[in-house]
Write a protein that binds this ligand. Structure first.
Ligand code: Q9C
Ligand code: ZN
Length: 316
């Protein structure tokens, strides 16, 4: 179990009733109960949870445009209690509804990530930042796919002041926002394994030919995998990326940790099993780097806690 696990209750302020797909309203998959499932399982397994510290906006401003931050803050505040808003600008898709508490929840999620990053700088070897809302789809000036601020990018950028960083993204979906944040940087390697974007969200990025730009060439890696990917197929692909990261030899590792790769995930596409997450954790531990875990997706509310504990038993 990680020595430090950071969590803010403010995530409950973000609770949109619906997401919209093809003009049809569906219940919001990124449910606050996701956190309850993980927190309960961690406490059951003997973990200790602590609240975040507050960090200044300067860290947020290194990843997000001030006009976007202002928009999120002001538009959230302008909403009535219980009134959802479906933005049509500063957004990439239809999966980032806003409510009155969206800014406050997203801002607290950034503090959770930064508190985790600071703990790593203070010498901790393994820290779990229980971020909600998640972040890896959020871009410089756009929300996307249940994400508002890019927690993993903000934390990785913060760590990068003290040394090179590898971001390993094992969420089911390609982290389009994180890729964008570091696309031209050689000091932050981004490696993502995800469902083939030709057939699943986010559709427009996550292909193998996106290798970085200018000085960043060779420091962006995408591994799209087929719908139906199994434990052993995933494991083979992951080993390849672990080797690449080992050769890069970063000072710090950030893991964008999604459990939507689970076989029973309601919006999933892969077939990963509960025991496999322990193995995934072990392989990541094998890199031997100070590691910050950032919670991303995973929507099977009932099983999420078990999946997180299985992973933590492996990564330790
Ligand atoms: N009606 C993360 O996992 N497509 N975001 C949902 C279901 C959007 C996922 C389709 C998926 C966004 C952080
Ligand atoms: Zn996802």
């Amino acid at each position: 179990m990680p020595e430090r696990i950071i969590y803010s209750e403010d995530h409950v302020l973000h609770n949109p009733p619906f997401e919209i797909y093809d003009g049809v309203k569906d219940p919001y998959a990124e449910d606050p109960a996701r956190m309850t499932s993980i927190v309960d399982a961690i406490i059951q397994a003997g973990g200790v949870i602590e609240p975040p510290q507050q960090f200044p906006d300067s860290n947020l401003l290194r990843v997000h445009h001030p006009a976007y931050i202002d928009f999120l803050r002001q538009r959230s505040a302008s909403l009535k209690e219980g009134e959802p808003f479906y933005p049509s600008y500063f957004i990439l898709d239809t999966y980032a509804p806003m409510v009155k508490g969206t800014y406050d929840a997203a801002r607290a999620s950034v503090d959770v990530a930064l508190t985790g990053a600071q703990a790593i700088l203070d010498g901790e070897n393994l820290v779990y930042a229980l971020c909600r809302p998640p972040g890896h789809h959020a871009q410089n000036r756009a929300m996307s796919g249940y994400c508002y601020f890019n927690n993993a990018s903000i934390a990785a950028d913060f760590l990068s002041e003290k040394g090179s960083v590898a971001v390993l993204d094992v969420d089911l979906h390609h982290g389009n926002g994180t890729q964008e944040a570091f696309y031209e940087r050689p000091d932050v390697l981004y490696s993502s394994l995800h469902v083939d974007p030709a057939v699943k969200f986010p559709y427009s990025t996550g292909f193998t030919d996106e290798i970085g730009k200018r000085e960043g060439i060779g420091f962006n890696r995408n591994t799209p995998l087929a719908i139906g990917t199994t434990d052993s197929e995933y494991s083979d692909a992951l080993s390849g990326e672990i080797e690449y990261i080992a050769r890069f030899d970063p000072k710090f590792l950030v893991v964008s940790l999604g459990f939507d790769t689970y076989d029973k995930d309601p919006i999933g596409a892969f077939r990963l099993t509960e025991p496999y997450y322990r193995q995934m954790g072990e392989v990541i531990r094998g890199l031997g780097k100070p590691t910050l875990l950032i919670q991303e997706g995973g929507y099977h509310v009932e099983d999420l806690g078990k999946l997180a504990v299985s992973f933590l038993e492996g990564v330790r």
